[in-house]
Design a protein around this ligand. Structure first.
Ligand SMILES: Cc1cc2nc3c(=O)[nH]c(=O)nc-3n(C[C@H](O)[C@H](O)[C@H](O)COP(=O)(O)OP(=O)(O)OC[C@H]3O[C@@H](n4cnc5c(N)ncnc54)[C@H](O)[C@@H]3O)c2cc1C
Length: 667
């Protein structure tokens, strides 16, 4: 009989990054007995890697900034596929969450007059990223942990037990969500990594805050824990995932040496005057300004450079276009044979800052050390070599924007694991503020859900038995596959066939490969180790279990990418290069179907909710016409567009479908 510990909570938060910690703090503040479960060490969540900052329209550096401008930028960045309600809540609440963080002890960099400093970033009209050098995520996590310790001290004073109402389960991985007979969440099942011991967390509400999926790709900026666990846990529990085709490839990852390929070079380098050049020395981004952004970006180097000191009277340089645009531009330069020696392009800050080398080191300390230590490159003297790297998944658990509730009663999600907020492409800096805004909302949503229950759901024994059997299965197989070999093949498949530029034939090949990999994943085997019933800190076993998750999310990404026949944000189809207003209206929703022992991803098309009239009014008519179909436009404008289309059709004999610029696209 396998030994299993059992613990009971009101709210279980899976993940100790920014979203998880903020959700847990909120649930505890609402009086709920809360557990935080994290497969990484406490304090080592992926959020600590966030460098650039947290976007919030506080207007500290440019008083013209406000939530409406931030909302507009976010919708533009996401190419209007965002859940507009999430983008609205985010833009309105982000400043409050940053000030709250400051009250809890965060030490942001300051402006000369003592306000929280804000820096420029791609796609943001005004300097908007609150930051701590280039270590903002670390400060966010440090502050949230400090708040958690403060709450634990309060609990100790009241109950004589620090963990009476808020306990952290570090290095503990959840492998299954548990449901009661009525299909409601009743807990989670996992193992302690150090000992391999199994634990059941009984709880009526679970918040998923597990981050992203980058480890399904070979070249990624993401850390080891990004194996799509939360996405897969939601699917396996009957939840749905939204628009998984949208995967962000950050334009600037390190390309050399091979051991560090993919590690991020923060966008702050470009925000702080860094420029991109090809092997001819040309500042090539001026050749890649898409139609939809022509109004907002400089067309000459001189104007772009003037913008840093006088943003009111100049347009921003195209190095600060949204990430998808910059990533595709770099990809095109490399493909055209104008890349750097190791397959990227050059990014340089040499001679670009008024304070010279000393200012570079001061403003970009982590980047200076990263290149010096990992690549032996002194960025104050030499350019960096950079190229696209899988960075962020916009797709994620389909949630109610206000409460973070997923489709399964009792399940909530926040942060990178959730979908909708960023549409087809996330703006830099919008994730850290997303974690705070929606982490808080999900914690609150979970607490209110628990308050509304007449009785706690019971955990059926069969659920625990099934989860135990599944977790032990890799030990039961003899002569099976090596999990590392299977993982390497999965990553290669995703990188090569479902990467930055996609084509129908390649996506079909990817799905065939994933089919074969499914059989191999079902056959991965590991040997017991010498301690703790054979399961004491056993990375091979951990990977064997994570593979199920990576396979499911890979299938979701590949299927959705094959279905969406347009190019938009983090989804570029070589065979459908234009953006289509008709496709914009469609969310692709993934769920699981078939044999529960070997489920398959099923896709359905779901209409995107039309934007509220008062939000539509925040945009210029010309901009709306570029994204929306005629019937989605405000009444007067729709009539104007219909007349134009009718005239165009009569003149050319062509059939006009969708909005005026529908098939013009933006790349
Ligand atoms: C290098 C880098 C720099 C970035 N810079 C910025 C930036 O400047 N600004 C910005 O806005 N965004 C930035 N991002 C994006 C941002 O950091 C992430 O999107 C964000 O931190 C995700 O936070 P999260 O709380 O959703 O997840 P995470 O911080 O990743 O936390 C996930 C947590 O879930 C846990 N977990 C996962 N699976 C399980 C499981 N099965 N069981 C138990 N626990 C589990 C993990 O251990 C971890 O504790 C950056 C990303 C990278 C890679």
């Amino acid at each position: 009989m396998t030994e299993i510990e059992r613990h009971s909570y009101d709210v279980v938060v899976i993940g100790a990054g920014g979203a998880g910690l903020r959700a847990a703090i909120e649930a505890r503040l609402q009086g709920k007995k809360t557990a935080i479960i994290s497969k990484s060490l406490f304090g080592k969540a992926h959020t600590v890697m966030a460098e650039g900052g947290a976007a919030a329209a506080m207007g500290n550096v440019n008083a013209n900034d406000n939530w409406m401008v931030h909302f507009r930028d976010t919708m533009r960045g996401g190419k209007f596929m965002n859940s507009w309600r999430m983008a609205e809540l985010h833009a309105k609440e982000a400043p409050e969450r940053i000030w709250e963080l400051e009250l809890w002890g965060a030490l942001f960099d300051r402006t000369k007059d003592g306000k929280i400093s804000q820096r420029n970033f791609g796609g943001h009209e005004y300097p908007r990223l609150a930051h701590v050098g280039d270590r903002t995520g670390l400060e966010l996590i440090r502050t949230a942990q400090q708040k958690i310790v403060a709450l634990q001290q309060e609990d100790h004073a009241e109950h004589g037990d620090y963990e009476a109402n808020l306990k952290v389960w570090a290095e503990t991985t959840v492998t299954r969500l548990l449901k009661d007979a009525d299909g409601r969440i009743c807990g989670a099942f996992g193992y302690v990594r150090e000992t391999g011991k199994f634990v059941v967390f009984e709880a009526p509400a679970v918040v998923l805050a597990t981050g992203g999926i980058g480890k399904a790709f070979k070249v990624t900026s993401n850390s080891w824990e990004y194996t799509g666990d939360g996405h897969a846990l939601a699917l396996l529990a009957g939840g749905t995932l939204l628009n998984m085709e949208f995967v962000q490839f950050h334009p600037t990852g390190m390309v050399w040496p091979p051991s560090v390929k993919g590690i991020l070079v923060t966008e702050s380098v470009r925000g702080d005057r860094g420029v991109l050049r090809n092997s001819d020395g040309k500042r090539f981004m001026f050749d890649y300004i898409p139609e939809v952004f022509k109004e907002q970006y400089a067309t000459s180097e001189e104007e772009g450079d003037r913008w840093y000191d006088d943003p009111e009277n100049n347009k921003r340089p195209p190095e600060l276009l949204p990430r998808d645009e910059v990533a595709r531009a770099i990809n095109s330069e490399v493909k055209a044979g104008r890349g750097s020696p190791h397959g990227g392009v050059f990014l340089t800050v040499v001679d670009r800052m008024p304070g010279g080398a000393a200012e570079i080191v001061k403003r970009l300390p982590s980047m200076y050390h990263q290149f010096k230590e990992l690549a032996d490159v002194d960025i104050t003297k030499e350019p960096m070599e950079v190229g696209p790297t899988c960075h962020y998944v916009m797709g994620g658990v389909e949630v109610d924007p206000d409460t973070g509730a997923a489709k399964v009663p009792g399940l909530f999600a926040a942060g990178e694991v959730s979908g909708g907020m960023h549409g087809s492409n996330r703006l830099g800096g919008n994730s850290l503020s997303d974690l705070l805004v929606f982490g808080r909302r999900a914690g609150l949503g979970a607490a209110e859900y628990v308050d509304g229950l007449a009785a706690r759901p019971a955990v059926p024994d069969a659920e625990i038995e099934a989860a135990t059997t599944e977790a032990l299965a890799p030990f039961e197989r003899e002569g099976g596959e090596n999990p590392y070999a299977v993982h390497a093949e999965l990553q290669q498949t995703m990188n090569e066939l479902v990467g930055i530029i996609r084509k129908e034939g390649e996506l079909e090949r990817a799905l065939e490969s994933l089919d074969k990999l499914r059989e191999r994943v079902a056959n991965v085997a590991v040997e017991p180790v010498a301690v703790s019933d054979g399961r004491g800190y056993h990375p091979g076993w951990h990977l064997a279990l994570d593979l199920r998750n990576m396979l499911l999310v890979s299938e979701a990404v590949a299927k959705a990418a094959l279905e969406r026949q347009e190019s938009r944000g983090g989804h570029t189809r070589d065979d459908y290069p234009a953006m289509s207003a008709e496709w914009r209206k469609i969310n692709l929703v993934c769920s699981l179907t078939g044999d529960p022992a070997s489920p398959r991803v099923a896709l359905t098309r779901q209409p995107l909710a039309p934007m509220r009239e008062d939000l539509l009014e925040l945009f210029e008519n010309d901009e709306l016409k570029k994204y929306l179909t005629a019937e989605e436009l405000p009444k007067g404008l729709a009539e104007e567009v219909e007349t134009q289309q009718a005239e165009a059709a009569a003149g050319s004999g062509a059939t006009a479908a969708g909005a005026a610029d529908d098939e013009e696209g933006d790349r």
